[in-house]
Structures are given as C-alpha cells and as structure tokens.
Design a binder for this molecule. Sequence first.
Ligand code: NAD
Length: 473
Amino acid sequence: MDVTLIQDVVSEVMRRMSNHVSPQSTSADVGTGRYGVFSDVDQAVQAATEAQKQLLKLSLDDRDAIVKIIKSTAKENAHAWGKIEFDETKIGRLDHKIEKLQILELVPGVEYLKTHAQTGTNGVCLEEFAPFGVIGAITPVTHSVPTLSANAVTMIASGNSLVINPHPNGSHCAAIAVAEYNKRIAAKFGIEHLITVINPPTLESADAIFAHRGVNLLVVTGGPVVARAAMKSSKRAIVAGPGNPPVVVDETACMKNAAECIIKGASFDNNLLCIGEKQIFVVDSVYDKLVTALQTAGAVELNTQQIATLTSKAFKVDPKDNKPHVNKDYVGKDARDLVIAAGGTSVPPTCQLAFGETTFDHPFVQQEQMMPFIPIVRCRNVDEAMDKAIESEHGYRHTAIIHSRNLDTITRFGRRAATTLFVVNGASPSGLGLGGQGHLSYSIATPTGEGITTPLTFTRYRRIMITGSLRMV
Ligand code: NAD
C-alpha cells in the first residue's frame, strides 16, 4: 500500500469514527421563555430589546468577554452539537459540521470596531460605530448552529441583540445552542436573552419578524425565495443569498492542484456551502489531464448513462413550470450514495466526490444542486470557459474560482465575473479564511453588497465633531 492510500484510509476511518461520536451535554434548557427560546415573536423581540439595553450598559471589554464565551462554548460543544445538527437535518458530513463550529474563532469580534479620529484647526472629529439594536436573523438548514453562532459573535460584538428564525429542519439544534450560550452569558453578566430563537419557527414567524416594529435590521441567510422576500421588505435588509460557483480550468493550470482543490471545496459538508465548487469549465486540450488528476486524487467518474440515472433521481420536474428542480432527498448526501444511486457498483470507501461530463444546459450545471457530484463542461478555449462560467453563475455575484497560471486570464475572469469571492488556484473555503487569508463568516451578503459580514456590517456610522476644542498641539 502506498503512503497516500494509507493516509486516505486513516482519514476515512477517523471520519467514520467522528460520525459515531456520542453527544456530550444536551441538557440545555430549551423550554419556551427560558434562555432565549420563545415560541412567540412578540415575546422574543421584547426580551431581545431589554437584553440589548443591558448590553449597552456593559463595556467593550465585557462584549469581548461575551464573544469569547460564544466561541469557547461552540468549540467545547462542537462534537455534541455537530452530531445533534447532523441527526436533525440529515444532510452534509458530521466531520465538517464539527469543524464549522471549531473554527468559529476565525470570526471577527470587537477588535473590528476601531474609532477613527482626525484632529485639525477646527477641532476633533471622531467616527464611531453604533449598534442598530435588535436584529432579525433568518438562518439556513445547511449551517443552522454555525450561522447563528457566527451571527451572534459579530452582532453582539457591535452591540446588538438577535431574534433568530431558524430553518424548521434545523430548529432543535438551534434552540439547544442558543439556550446554552444564554445560560453562560447570564451566569457571568446577568443577561438572559441576548440571543433569542423562535422554536418552532414557521414562515409566519419569519414574516412577523420582517414586519415587527421592534426589529431594527434584517439579516437573511438563505436561498432565492427568502432572499427575494427580504429585498422586498420595508426594513433595511442585509441579504446573504444563493450562489452557483463555477470553476474555470485553463491549459496553464497545475492539474494536480486544481483537482485536489476542487475535491476539497466541492466535498466540504457534501457541497452544502454556498461558496462550494458546483460546476467545472475546462479547456478541451487539458480535459483528459484534469480527469486523470481528479481520479488520482480519489474522485469517481460517472459515465453518461450513470449521470442520466442520477439526474433522473436528483431532480424532479415540476408540472407547474415543466422544469427540473433539485430533489431535496439528495441534497447533502454522501458521494458514495450518489454513485450507488447512479448505478455504480464499486465505490472506494475514501470517495468524497463524483464527477462526469455534461452539457452546459444540464440541470447539474444550471441549478445550485448542493451535492458532491460536480459536472464538467468541455470548452473550446478559455474565453468560452469564462463566458459559460459567468452565465452559469446567474448573476448572483457570489463566488467564482479559477485555476490558471496566466495572469491576464485570471484578471479578465475576475473583472468579468465580479463575484463577492474570487478564488485563484485554491479551494473555495480558502475564500473564507480556511487555508487562505482573511476572516470567516457564514453570512456572505451578495445582492446587498456587504460581502463577508463582520461586526462593522451591523453598525450605524456616527460622527462626533468637537468643534474648536480638545486640540492639544
Ligand atoms: P432556504 O431558502 O430554503 O431557507 C433559508 C431560510 O429562509 C430558512 O430559515 C427558511 O425557513 C426561510 N424561508 C424560506 N422561505 C421563506 C419565505 N418565503 N419567507 C421567510 N422565510 C423563508 O435555504 P436553505 O436550504 O436553508 O439554505 C441553502 C440556501 O442558502 C442556498 O441557496 C445557499 O446558497 C444559501 N446560503 C447562502 C449563504 C450566504 O452566505 N450567502 C450562506 C448559507 C446558505
């Protein structure tokens, strides 16, 4: 056995062991009205309003301490909460659900709130960043606890409290995490409802948050329907919407690096991430080299018949519009399950990603499929690859990836794609600080333009001008 194969087997065994981790403490008090868990939106907003007033009485150092409580609680409970979320949502990979909580320390806190100062002939000008108040947050099923936790860090760092409407399929784990955070915050600072969560959440409770007079700002993380609903709201909304990230591979790319990065990004949590590689556009002259590199790195190729079989299961035609739509039963499933559904018989235990050639108009290319099968579209040249990649992104301006050593090509694609995240010669998670530079957030505001959210995203700009005094020199 060569060393790479041994490493693969060891990491697969570790992954499976982590799938059998038994939950630690799940005894958090999730009864309604206690530690931030409410069934009624009015009560949650009222509690969050009072909690925010108490937060404002604390110092910035105290806010920093609260942020640290959230980060350490998430890390401490990562295995147990990852398992609870995995069991409840039944999508993605347990090892990555755990990792998404362990890396919460990459989310920025109070250090982002630097006061800007200018002095001059006319006095002193201070620019400060004030909270909005109560923030209504909508979170997705793909990262229920990670999104609410990262939102809590950035929003509380900037002095806000939260009312969260989680996805109904990820609301139990959300309530457990919220109750535990509030318990620990209350024990140290006496504030019980800084993070509130609606349990059980419904579309009606989301609407009630959208319309509530006590909610000062909306932050919505989710797919096209909720993104559109938030954009129509009369309140200011920060919208972290859907993506469909294309990958361009040109003839100058390092195929080994491209293949390994594509596998890493597209298989992370079984491709649930909005930034995850969803379709490849490769220049024809290096198509075979890329396929070989993907196989060498452990991905499994599906043939035309197998792709057709998988497509017939992974998409359902809706009689209303006669178009294929993603079948939720296949979202976030393991690559092995997809290969077997496609009619494949022999799947190595280490397989994390399946791939295969499709046409440009294929549903796997056009839809944000959130499955660890990545289609490859063969293109005559890099210009065609760029054109098709941009078209497949549907103007979300979310994420695009390129593997190339040609600076001119990289620059042209970056300019034309105009996405919030543009990753060059890396795996998509490097755009969120995982194996790359920069900070982490699970809410990447795309249509509204705030980008990878930070505490500053959730602040109101204030200028304090002290005219004619306080200048000492
Ligand atoms: P979803 O759109 O089905 O649900 C997201 C949230 O919106 C849930 O809480 C849901 O209950 C709520 N919701 C849905 N329709 C609504 C409506 N009409 N009114 C009010 N609330 C509504 O998405 P999902 O399956 O949970 O998550 C996956 C989607 O989220 C993907 O499209 C992915 O790209 C996107 N996403 C984006 C980011 C980002 O940072 N940009 C991060 C994670 C996920």
